[in-house]
Design a protein around this ligand. Structure first.
Ligand code: NDP
Length: 275
């Protein structure tokens, strides 16, 4: 993307943070600080546990921040806190990156392009099955559809599927699902994050996975039961680390007004995954 904004001054440190609740587990401070240091940019990135999402805007200005990332459960509050939204964030109703420019808050969604980049590393993928219909599934389904993928959404319950159906996605619950062949099967739920549950009944997964080219989980930092099952069935897998890294790189591009290119940032930021 072209830089159409004035470059931020870097004569004094600019302060950034991740807002969420909980936020203690987040890798974002390490990722961004490694990139600031490696690229010689005068920035510093911390973490802030925000309890009341309605106070996001006020907290941002009180802390004197230049930019933030936003994680669970505040991405909709972040959307509402912005003065200016980019087209994609506007469309999906979720913001995970905010940058302050001349007193205004600009909002972006970098989760979805991060996920798109992560899965574009698989060859010959056209059909994708999402297990889960939460906020992350929403933004990523839209970007995948725009990029030409055919996305089907399978969820344990019906209510969240309504929005997807209205947007033209094929949807099903476990009860109404008729398995087909999908190139990629993706766990878009939090099943397996803090428990040992699978995102869908084992029988459904054991029918689907053998026909898939690969399986992806958006959870990172642990091997989920879903990825364990996919490996046991002999499939290539990818966890959520690349998505996390790529959404961070794209956020960093916004924070630093495109002074650095993707690969330059990646070179430094990826070290967060071996530390
Ligand atoms: P949630 O974690 O709130 O999950 C919502 C969806 O998951 C709903 O469709 C829900 O079904 C389904 N679900 C939750 N638990 C289960 C379960 N045990 N079995 C079956 N279905 C379940 O949604 P988010 O979109 O906020 O986050 C999804 C995941 O994405 C999280 O694990 C999060 O950590 C990860 N993530 C990773 C990122 C990365 O950079 N790698 C970035 C952002 C998110 P129902 O509608 O029936 O309740």
């Amino acid at each position: 993307m072209e830089n159409t904004y004035p470059l931020p001054t870097t004569r004094y440190p600019l302060y950034f943070a991740i807002f969420g609740n909980p936020v203690s587990h987040s890798k974002s401070p390490l990722m961004h600080n490694l990139a600031f240091k490696g690229l010689g940019y005068s920035g510093c990135y911390g973490r802030y546990r925000l309890e009341d999402g309605k106070k996001l805007r006020e907290t941002f200005f009180t802390l004197g921040l230049k930019g933030i990332n936003i994680t669970v459960p505040h991405k909709e509050h972040a959307y509402n806190a912005c003065d200016v939204l980019d087209d994609f964030a506007q469309k999906v109703g979720a913001v995970n990156t905010i940058v302050e420019r001349e007193g205004k808050l600009y909002g972006y969604n970098t989760d979805a392009p991060g996920f798109l980049k992560a899965i574009s590393e698989f060859d010959d993928v056209k059909t994708v099955l999402f297990l889960g219909a939460g906020g992350t599934a929403q933004s990523t389904a839209v970007i995948l559809k725009e990029a030409g993928y055919q996305v089907t959404i399978l969820n344990r319950s019906a209510p969240r599927l309504e929005k997807f159906a209205k947007e033209g996605f094929t949807t099903a619950t476990f009860d109404t699902f008729t398995p087909k062949t999908y190139d990629l099967v993706v766990n878009m739920t939090s099943a397996g994050l803090e428990d040992e549950s699978l995102p869908a009944p084992r029988e459904i997964l054991e029918t689907l996975i053998p026909h898939a080219k690969a399986c992806v989980d958006v959870i990172y930092g642990k091997e989920t039961p879903f990825l364990r099952l996919a490996k046991a069935l002999g499939k290539p897998t990818k966890d959520g680390s690349d998505m996390l890294l790529y959404q961070g790189i794209i956020a960093f591009e916004h924070f630093t007004a495109y002074q650095y290119d993707f690969e330059q940032i990646k070179h430094h930021m990826k070290k967060a995954f071996i530390l």
